[in-house]
Write a protein that binds this ligand. Sequence first.
Ligand SMILES: [Zn+2]
Length: 254
Amino acid sequence: MLSRDIFIEEMTWPEVKEKLEAGYDTVIVMAGSIEQHGPHLPTKMDAHSGEVLAKLFAERLGNTLVAPIIRPGCSEHHMYFPGSMTLRKEVFQDVVRDYVDNMYRHGFKKIILATTHGGNFEPMYELVPELKEKYEPKGVKIIDILDFDDFVVAQNSILEEFDLTEEEAGVHSGGSETSFLMASEPESVRTDKLARGYVGKFDAEFDHKLHTEGMQSVTDIGVLGDATKASKEFGEKLIDALADYYVRKAKEAL
Ligand SMILES: [Zn+2]
């Protein structure tokens, strides 16, 4: 069960009311995804990492609750692989709009938008001007932590210590994400299926191919990075570094 002190969905309405009255004026709207994560990680990976990171983020920031994690996201480029789900961009954006509106109606004064899934960054970021225009005159601050490059830099900031290259750490079910789950929920990692996927450059050309032809055009197992390089120790450090990254970005914006 998720923490009852942090996750709105685990709380009763009087408990949420009590928190609001006690000065919990900030809420995190975190979007994950349900999509293939190679032969060794479950499809919930990004929704799970969103939960783990949002919890630490809220605890470290203080006076903060977490809205239910948005579980499916924008994952069209994974649909070749069974079990993947995707929301149409306009549906996803409407879900985010309604989340923000719900949080505003309950009296939260700072609403933080973040995501653990690459495909959600742009659709969420596109909404920011509109949300600011709508809610800031009502006294609500919209804070976005939606810079994908920044997120990857934070993720890669600890690689040296662990003898992983950026390509091995990868951005999808590679060394980094596999390590994350080894640390947060090891029983969910299929350790007998760890594999090395695409370990080439993540440049613009690669990105274009990925998003126009799908993930299967660059890796037939759905892995960007090398899962065999993963470790629990790296995962623990990674989770800590990413939670700190969110807190730093939020504090800069507050
Ligand atoms: Zn992922």
